[in-house]
Design a binder for this molecule. Structure first.
Ligand SMILES: CC(C)(COP(=O)(O)OP(=O)(O)OC[C@H]1O[C@@H](n2cnc3c(N)ncnc32)[C@H](O)[C@@H]1OP(=O)(O)O)[C@@H](O)C(=O)NCCC(=O)NCCS
Length: 204
């Protein structure tokens, strides 16, 4: 599809609908693929960690039995409706499942919120940044998005660093925007408008 046709489609608000089962993104070290029910045990092991729960809003701690299965079971429908695309982050070598990354899409506004978590034993090796750059490009190229954004608790520098490293810019702080474990928490907002001249698959 030519760039002009793509651009016109985006301006009309026509976003692509994708079947999640077809979606695999490959990077230097990672393979991002749809979750399957067989991943549930590993998801529970990785997520049953206070360090993950404390900077996320929807991951409970302790992580209950059945939660991973229920979460994975919803992915195909959400993608079929164009609402959310969730990828398992796996290592290309050994196929180990290490985390998850998703785009929650608003089709009317042609934007999406990015979210991610990684098992703590895999932190600080650049994996989330590598996955987030691939998903950013998936958003531009495959979903025809116009904008990406993400929020992180202001006491979560690792997450805001990931956002910065994929080109998102700090847009402000939402004071006491959420309640986590009984306390009001500030969220840092980061965003990125699709550069018309962007080279997809370029820099991290
Ligand atoms: C946020 C998270 C996904 C980051 O994953 P990751 O794979 O470790 O991220 P990366 O390795 O790609 O990048 C992390 C960056 O943060 C930096 N960082 C880590 N801890 C930091 C700290 N305490 N202060 C400042 N920077 C820090 C790292 O040095 C690295 O930056 P650099 O490459 O410039 O050195 C992971 O920490 C996580 O799963 N946290 C719990 C869940 C969560 O918070 N999800 C996000 C919700 S918004």
């Amino acid at each position: 599809m030519s760039r002009m046709v793509e651009s016109a489609k985006r301006k009309r608000g026509v976003l692509t609908l994708l079947n999640m089962s077809d979606q695999v993104l490959t990077t230097h070290r990672l393979r991002l693929r749809p979750f399957v029910l067989e991943d549930a045990t590993t998801v529970q092991q990785l997520c049953n960690d206070r360090r993950i729960a404390e900077t996320t809003l929807h991951i409970p701690y302790p992580y209950p039995d059945g939660a991973a299965e229920a979460w994975i079971a919803g992915h195909a429908q959400a993608a079929a409706e164009g609402k959310q695309y969730t990828f398992a982050i796996t290592l290309r070598i050994g196929h180990t499942l290490v985390g998850a990354i998703s785009l929650r899409v608003n089709r009317e506004f042609q934007h999406a919120e990015m979210g991610y978590w990684l098992g703590a034993q895999y932190w600080n090796q650049g994996y989330t940044t590598e996955a987030a750059a691939a998903v950013r490009d998936f958003g531009w190229r495959d979903l025809q998005l116009h904008r990406l954004y993400a929020y992180a608790m202001t006491h979560n520098p690792a997450s805001t660093r990931v956002m910065e490293k994929i080109g998102m810019q700090y847009e402000g702080t939402l004071k006491h925007h959420v309640v986590k474990w009984g306390k009001y928490v500030d969220l840092a907002a980061y965003g990125l408008v699709r550069p018309e001249t962007s080279v997809i698959g370029g820099s991290v």
